[in-house]
Design a protein around this ligand. Structure first.
Ligand code: NIG
Ligand code: FE
Length: 431
């Protein structure tokens, strides 16, 4: 018998995705560890038991005042982990969206000083409290669709003061908001205007000034770079990632998003935890990633939103045994999507990932790509009690009924944080 302060009962399908804290590859991505008519129980935010409903009474003792959630035959899955967002920024770029529809490309707009640098201008002009309140609103939007952990990259400050400002916003959001928030330093996102024509000078600034400051303030767990033809070379990216590694930040790479650029190869070489996007990655790069144990984070909302772009070869990756995770890439330029189930829908229809593979990719594999696979992403004893109750009898309805929010109850660390699409948490811890 175990005591519990939260129990979720009568899950028609309890997707445990249990078994290993390593990322899943190949056929294993299809195994969701489903318990038909199941329950799980947690104590102080940690799962203490999960099993078939008929065993509940002899295994679990709800403590006085325990929260009891009746899933009423619905699907219960681990909370989604979004392993790739650029959520701290000011201003939108609807004008560029319209320009792309008229035929301009993302890189043309970027090179003409629009794109990332237009967001840099508005983010630099924005103060910390304003950026924080926007970040909290955006995290709420993630939460109500079932995302309970979010990786957040900096990269719209591009000077030491402004990068630190954005990373402080990430850290404060992590303290205030119930979602798990993992910070990534992405100073190598674009060449800022004051370094126009001198990308190497900007790399020097990152290596000599920004990385030491980020390390000193302890505001980022990872470092990411935009390794892309026309943006930063593998050589420039390598310099930043190697120095970041020396300073305790593990590498992530925006790799081969728009053109084959050597990003996947670089990710493997520097021992990155993940390479992300990979729409144009070479077979050699993918092989190298597999050998290096690097997770492929795929962001199908981006080619969908940019239009006219190829999708990452997810089928080939899965069939060759490369673990695949899914994320949104939420940002004001290349993808404004925040909703993991919609990323799953696009992954199904455009990349031919199965619904089972999508759930694995959006839970355990995304957690592994974020460095938290040992505590998040599965419904299993010892894991954080992060879960979503859906008003659906079959888990395949979640990608299938696209853009319908079927999440009726979102639980983070054993606390109900959203109900029927409405966040219901308060900063003092009372749900
Ligand atoms: O992942 N590629 C670089 N970063 C983002 C886009 C950022 C922006 O356009 O503001 C991405 O696509
Ligand atoms: Fe991105």
């Amino acid at each position: 018998m175990v005591g519990a302060d939260l129990v979720v009962l009568n899950a028609g399908q309890l997707l445990t995705v249990s078994g290993q804290s390593r990322p899943r590859a190949g056929r294993a991505m299809r195994d969701l560890g489903i318990i038909e008519d199941g329950y799980f129980a947690s104590l102080e935010g940690v799962i203490v038991d999960a099993g078939p409903q008929r065993e509940f009474e002899r295994r679990v003792e709800p403590l006085p005042g325990a929260t009891v959630i009746d899933a009423k035959g619905g699907v219960v899955s681990p909370g989604f982990v979004d392993p790739h967002t650029h959520l701290v920024f000011a201003g939108w770029r609807a004008g560029e969206f319209a320009m792309r529809i008229e035929g301009r490309t993302y890189l043309e707009i970027h090179k003409a000083g629009g794109g990332i640098n237009s967001t840099v201008e508005s983010t630099r002009a924005s103060d910390e409290p304003t950026l924080l309140s926007r970040a909290l609103e955006r995290l709420d939007e993630c939460l109500k669709w079932g995302t309970t952990t979010v990786e957040v990259k900096s990269g719209y400050g591009l000077d030491t003061g402004n990068e630190l400002k954005c990373l402080r916003v990430v850290s404060k959001a992590a303290q205030v908001h119930p979602a798990g928030v993992v910070g990534t330093f992405m100073g190598l996102h674009a060449v800022p205007p004051e370094f126009a024509g001198n990308a190497d000078g900007y790399v020097d600034l990152i290596v000599n000034e920004m990385l030491p400051a980020v390390q000193q303030q302890g505001v980022a767990r990872f470092a990411d770079v935009f390794c892309e033809k026309g943006v930063f070379t593998p050589g420039q990216s390598r310099r930043v990632l190697v120095e970041a590694g020396r300073r305790g930040m593990r590498a992530k790479v925006h790799a081969d998003e728009l053109a084959p650029s050597g990003g996947a190869e670089l990710a493997a070489e520097v021992g990155a935890i993940s390479a992300e996007h990979l729409m144009m990655a070479s077979d050699r790069g993918l092989e190298a990633m597999r050998g290096a144990g690097c997770v492929a984070v795929l962001l199908p909302g981006t080619p969908f939103f940019l239009g006219g772009h190829a999708y990452a070869p997810a089928r080939r990756m899965i069939d060759m045994g490369l673990p695949v995770a899914l994320g949104t890439d939420f940002n004001p330029g290349s993808c404004t999507l925040q909703v993991m189930p919609v990323a799953m829908t696009i992954a199904c229809t455009q990349m031919r990932m199965t619904p089972e593979e999508c759930f694995t990719a959006a839970t355990v594999n995304a957690a592994c790509a974020t460095g938290i696979g040992d505590r998040v992403g599965r419904i299993e004893r010892g894991m954080a009690a992060d879960a979503v109750v859906f008003d659906a009898g079959d888990y395949r309805e979640i990608p299938y009924r696209f853009a319908a929010n079927l999440a009726t109850c979102v639980i983070k660390s054993g606390r109900v944080v959203a109900r029927d699409g409405v966040p219901c948490w308060s900063a003092d811890g009372r749900a």
